[in-house]
Design a protein around this ligand. Structure first.
Ligand code: DX5
Ligand code: ZN
Length: 220
């Protein structure tokens, strides 16, 4: 993927005004909808599930990027495909047979993503990088929005970019957690393609303007 993208995280939206917030993203310069699904087992929090995603998809006009923070994600691959997900990301730490899981995601017509917790070294993906459409590098511990960015992420992104280049892979790098106007440029310079932003967008006075500002910053 050549151009750099912003994916607002719907987790930080106002769920009592969800359609309003979905339309805001539709009408903004944002590229994707980032959707966080948490099961209260893989992460110590529960977000929202299928009925909410179904209603988001009804109104959304952009790519649906689903981030599964759940154990045993294989159980729900078809369900998320049927709901209209375009990208389905599973956690490396939640998959015993990652290769099989990625093939199943693609067989269901979606792009396949792998998310890495902050403690997981990017080198674990060396032998499977050519099968991955997107690596989501967690720059906070998954489970909650509004946490502060872990600085070690820059190093991970550079290492991952090297692995992608060395293997001649087409994989995109997404950064998730604590993204703001303070770290966006450095992340792109380190080799990131997609920046997820939750609180920074939705807690700002003018989310549409904040998205525009982020897009401006990441234009290289
Ligand atoms: C964290 C989620 C993130 C979260 C990002 O577990 O995966 O997508 O919504 O939120 P901010 O941008 O507030 O850190
Ligand atoms: Zn996420």
């Amino acid at each position: 993927m050549a151009s750099k993208r912003i994916a607002p995280s719907v987790l930080a939206a106002d769920f009592a005004n969800l359609q309003r917030d979905v339309e805001m993203i539709n009408n903004s310069e944002a590229d994707w909808f980032h959707i966080d699904i948490m099961d209260g087992v893989f992460v110590p929090n529960i977000s929202f599930g299928m009925p909410v995603l179904r209603d988001i998809v009804k109104h959304a006009t952009k790519t649906i990027d689903v981030h599964l923070m759940i154990v045993d994600p294989d159980r729900y691959i078809k369900t998320f495909a049927d709901l209209g997900s375009n990208i389905l990301t599973v956690h490396y730490e939640a998959c015993t047979h990652l290769h099989r899981t990625l093939q199943a995601i693609k067989a269901n017509g979606m792009k396949a993503g792998v998310a890495l917790n902050p403690h997981t070294n990017v080198t674990v993906l060396e032998d499977i990088i050519n099968d991955i459409d997107l690596v989501c590098v967690m720059s906070v511990n998954p489970g909650f929005g509004g946490q502060s960015f872990i600085e070690n992420t820059y190093k991970k992104v550079k290492q991952l970019r090297e692995i992608i280049t060395r293997n001649n892979a087409q994989t995109s790098i997404e950064i998730d957690g604590g993204v703001t106007n303070k770290n966006a440029k450095e992340l792109i310079e380190a080799g990131a393609d997609v920046l997820v932003a939750g609180s920074f967008v939705f807690k700002s006075e003018n989310p549409t303007q904040t998205i525009k500002e982020l897009k401006e910053i990441i234009k290289l």
